[in-house]
Design a protein around this ligand. Structure first.
Ligand SMILES: [Zn+2]
Ligand SMILES: [Zn+2]
Length: 57
């Protein structure tokens, strides 16, 4: 039996986050519910794609 990384609740089965690969209970399974490091890393980037195509407008 696994334990939720967020609240320490025991989880039945595996609820693994695809972004940070940690195990969470159904309540904290979503990235936004456990302060997911993977998703946060993207957001702090500013949500900009580094394409550089639309640079010279
Ligand atoms: Zn939890
Ligand atoms: Zn996560």
């Amino acid at each position: 039996m696994a334990t939720c990384k967020r609240c320490g609740e025991k989880t039945i089965g595996h609820h693994e986050c695809t972004y940070c690969a940690n195990t969470y209970c159904p309540d904290h399974r979503l990235p936004e519910n456990h302060d997911c490091s993977g998703v946060r890393g993207r957001e702090t980037r500013g949500g900009r794609f580094e394409g550089g195509f639309d640079d010279s407008r």
